[in-house]
Design a protein around this ligand. Sequence first.
Ligand code: ZN
Length: 250
Amino acid sequence: MKILQSDILKKFSKLTHAFTNKDGGVSKTPYNSLNLAFHVKDDAENVESNHTLLSNKLRYKKDSLIYMKQVHSDIVHIVDEDDSFENPPTCDALVTDKINTPLMVMVADCAPILFYDDKKKVIGVAHAGRAGAFKNIIKNVIDCFINYYNSDAKNILISIGSSIGKCCYEVGGEIYDETKKLNIEYAIQKIDDSYYLDIRKILYSQLISHGVDEKNIELSNECTCCNTNKYFSYRSNSITGRFAGIIMLK
Ligand SMILES: [Zn+2]
């Protein structure tokens, strides 16, 4: 199993983290092979096996993993006693200061985002596609770190994994109109009569405007839709698996 590690997160010995890709699982086409999502009509036993393989690789207890029923919202959830592998919360971001509690965000084109404050020992994950970016889920996560854990935004480290690039994200005129209403039309590139949306540019700008230091932001420029041999991509094939970003305090 080939996982990816973040340059800004890997130096912390009390932190486990990774971005997965398609490699190293047991699921069959079109979920081959490390699909981590139960809701995409893959064989549940294979998904379960994939979670076991990943938990062995990263050395956490599979049943301690908290993932999300993601709904393209801006809802941030602080992990509580009701959350479990069997009972994932409905939200698009998770935050916790609990140790040995891995958090997971699953994606196929949307951006998987990992957050870490080493001073306060708080971690978070977020799922941001167009809806999450337009609703500014980034702001809600940063606010959660500040309001519930007394974080200083300047100390929060952010790693954004691979997601769809503007190269493959053509959108209609109604989306362009929406960006104008939200004052984020800088994220649209017009080529001839077509519009291309740059989600990463929005996320980066939101992080900066909420006080995150640019040196603490790591942003993958790999496009999932251009690299379907490596990543699941919903735009490329709507019947597909999900890869993940994971983070855990030890
Ligand atoms: Zn692309």
